[in-house]
Design a protein around this ligand. Structure first.
Ligand code: SF4
Ligand code: SF4
Length: 258
């Protein structure tokens, strides 16, 4: 359900908001907050390296998942601090979920973490089954837009068109709860965490004239921040986890225990 909240006009252009964010992330405190994200990720990487050095197939231990939990909790603090310091008041909030009809990009270890979280919750298996159905349905949409050999790359025009067509179909993310909140909030991927709007949430609806142009402050993407993605990608690669272009597809891939 979309909350029709009116966002205060603070008189800044999107470029000014971007500059304010840039200043916020250049503070010592922000650098320390980001270091607090990277430290557990590096430790998780060392744990995985030790596991893959042993004979047999390596699987991430509980310790690795605990370290990932610490990293994502620190990531939320990092993002909250940036927004606060840049005086950006996101329109996002509880039960605001028009954006949760998208196909969020996801890294393999994030998909595995999400599957683990869903398996542990009541109704999780049904959500995972819904993810499989959505992944299949999206493949059909993708083929209709790209031909038989689509590139599974979110920057490819054909994939983008298929993603937009999917968005217009309005299927809620399989992880979205009936109450309009993410049912695996702590396990949501980086792409969901860094998805922030400052305009009226109604503009996040595909039928809004501002759907494609609504402002999204650049809270993520600085080279220092990309180290987080790199660390997650390295852990995924060490574990030889298969890649997926989006959350639904990723959940479907990991439905069989890995
Ligand atoms: S991105 Fe849009 S729909 Fe999603 S939580 Fe933010 S304001 Fe609401
Ligand atoms: S994982 Fe959660 S936050 Fe992300 S799209 Fe799905 S329901 Fe929304």
């Amino acid at each position: 359900m979309v909350r029709l909240r009116v966002v205060d006009e603070d008189g800044r252009s999107s470029a000014q908001r971007g500059q304010d964010l840039h200043r916020a992330r250049d503070r010592d405190e922000a650098r320390e907050n980001l270091a607090a994200v990277l430290a557990p990720l590096r430790e998780a990487q060392r744990c995985v390296e030790a596991a893959v050095a042993k004979p047999g197939r390596a699987t991430p231990s509980d310790q690795v998942f605990d370290l990932l939990d610490r990293a994502y909790a620190a990531l939320d603090l990092y993002l909250a601090d940036l927004l606060n310091e840049a005086a950006i008041d996101p329109a996002c909030g509880p039960r605001c979920s028009a954006c949760c009809t998208d196909l969020p990009p996801i890294l393999p270890i994030e998909a595995l973490r999400m599957v683990r979280s869903l398996r542990a919750q009541e109704g999780g298996p049904a959500r995972l089954q819904r993810a499989v159905e959505q992944a299949r349905a999206f493949q059909r949409v993708l083929l209709a837009h790209t031909g038989p050999q689509p590139k599974l790359d979110g920057t490819e025009p054909g994939y983008r068109e298929a993603q937009l067509a999917w968005r217009r179909l309005g299927h809620p993310c399989p992880v979205l709860g009936d109450d309009g909140n993410c049912s695996a909030y702590e396990a949501r991927p980086l792409s969901c965490r860094a998805h922030v709007h400052v305009e009226d949430p109604a503009h996040c609806e595909p039928n809004s004239p501002r759907f494609l142009i609504a402002e999204r402050p650049p809270v993520w993407g600085h080279p220092r921040e990309c180290e987080v993605e790199l660390a997650l990608a390295t852990i995924s690669k060490l574990l030889e986890l298969p890649a997926a272009p989006n959350l639904q597809w990723g959940l479907a891939l990991f439905l069989t225990p890995t």
